[in-house]
Structure formats: C-alpha cells, structure tokens
Design a protein around this ligand. Structure first.
Ligand SMILES: [Zn+2]
Length: 105
C-alpha cells in the first residue's frame, strides 16, 4: 500500500525548517558568511520544492541577485526613497527595491 503523507503537514514542517535555517544563518553570519549563504540556499530550495512563499522578513534577509545573506550595516545598506526600501548589496553591488505601500490585489 502506498503511504500518503499529508501535504499540509509537510508544508508546515518545511516552513518550520526554513525559519530555523534563517535564524541559524543570522547567528552564524558574523563568524562564517559562507555558511550563512549555504543556509539561505537550502531554505530557498525547500521553499521552491514545497511551493512556499518566503515571508516578508525572510525576503529582506538575502540578496535577490546573488542570494547571499544580508545583514544591514554589515554587507548591506537600507534606505528609503520615494516610498521604497532600497537595499544595496555590498557583495554584488546591486540594488533591490521593495515598495512600502501595499500592492493592490
Ligand atoms: Zn547581491
């Protein structure tokens, strides 16, 4: 007989894992940036596989271009302009803009 694992349960587990990975990445970043990047890569892979959206906070913690972990003041700068948060990644030297206003659905 085929064993069916509840997909809802699996998703919950994946979300939990991602939270842990992001937290670990933050902890380890100051000591080992490469390992933090690896945690982000794993978290992203889980999200893609399970079709989960990253939370707002999680999205802001890595670079959209080079996927390296970003910590404001260390390898990233944040400033607001025209109602957008502009994050500058010091690793790949690119900008990411996040609108502060809620998008109309
Ligand atoms: Zn980058």
């Amino acid at each position: 007989m085929k064993k069916n694992i509840d997909p809802e349960k699996q998703k919950k587990l994946a979300v939990e894992r991602m939270e842990i990975l992001f937290k670990k990445a933050e902890d380890v970043f100051t000591k080992n940036a490469e390992r933090a990047n690896r945690y982000i890569a794993i978290a992203r892979r889980i999200a893609m596989k399970m079709n989960i959206r990253l939370t707002k906070i999680q999205k802001r913690h890595f670079c959209k271009h080079c996927y390296s972990f970003l910590l404001s003041g260390v390898n990233a700068t944040n400033r607001t302009r025209n109602g957008k948060i502009i994050t500058y990644c010091k690793v790949c030297k690119k900008y990411t803009r996040i609108p502060l206003t809620k998008r109309k659905l």
